[in-house]
Design a protein around this ligand. Structure first.
Ligand code: FPP
Length: 245
């Protein structure tokens, strides 16, 4: 069972895990060394969410644009994902974590996409935490994909094009079955969204930290949540309206 979150705690947290390459460079090591170190921070983030009762954690692990990186880095990342799947899934499953990969999985080597699907299947009944790992994901891809699914439903005669509104389109986007995105964190000092969760970010609070991803720990995430707890979320209303409830 999921722990109940305290008031002011996000139900859905998304993280752009940036800074692995720079972290490695500072240590005169190859970029892949930073990605390996980043895996430990992923464990920290999962533990953090379980402890704070957060329902969903969405991690940007590999964007549709990341294929443009040097082939050696791309294959090292693929190798890392495969190894992480072998190594981490048992423990995640034991902790009640439901794993979901979001993005266009068909672009990956059949062995990798089959293992991703197997991990999703195996953990599908878990309820302590939804851990969504965005791989070959792009926010524009997500919206275009949703539009295509809606168009296919129109072609099957399920509803007419006039019936497509925000609510209906939302139903076809990734993560539509999970709580709305409350908090978006980017580590590593850049203040960019980089085509992550464009649809879902509409009313999310944004938090940027200079900490490089491999250095992220529970204290760093606690700081982000403290900052979030101080925000006033107005959803278009005035501060006075929010105060009246
Ligand atoms: C961005 O840092 C990070 C990535 C593109 C890869 C993220 C992957 C991990 C954290 C590995 C573990 C993940 C899972 C889900 C097992 P960067 O390389 O862009 O860093 P830089 O901006 O310093 O160059």
């Amino acid at each position: 069972m999921a722990a109940r979150p305290e008031a002011g705690v996000p139900r859905h947290l998304a993280i752009v895990m940036d800074g692995n390459g720079r972290w490695a460079k500072q240590r005169l090591r190859p970029r892949t060394f930073g990605h390996h170190a980043g895996q430990k921070a992923v464990r920290e983030a999962v533990e953090f969410c379980l402890r704070r009762g957060i329902a969903s954690l969405t991690l940007f692990a590999f964007s549709s644009e990341n294929w443009r990186r040097p082939p050696t880095e791309v294959s090292a990342l693929m190798e890392l994902f495969l190894k992480a799947l072998d190594k981490e899934v048992d423990e995640l499953h034991g902790n009640g974590v439901r794993i979901r990969f979001v993005g266009d999985l068909d672009a990956f080597a059949p062995e990798l996409s089959a293992r991703m699907r197997a991990a999703m299947e195996r953990t599908s009944a878990n309820t302590a935490l939804n851990m969504n790992v965005a791989v070959n994901y792009g926010g524009r891809w997500d919206i275009a994909h949703a539009a295509r699914l809606a168009a296919e439903a129109v072609a099957r005669g399920e509803f007419s094009a006039d019936d497509i509104d925000e609510t209906r389109l939302h139903g076809y986007t990734c993560l539509a079955d999970q709580p709305p995105l409350d908090l978006f964190i980017r580590t590593g000092g850049e203040r960019r969204v980089s085509n992550f969760l464009l649809w879902q970010i509409a009313y999310a609070e944004l938090y940027f930290t200079d900490t490089l991803w491999p250095d992220v720990d529970q204290a760093c995430l606690d700081e982000a949540l403290d900052d979030y707890a101080r925000r006033e979320r107005r959803y278009g209303r005035t501060g006075e309206q929010v105060a009246k409830g």
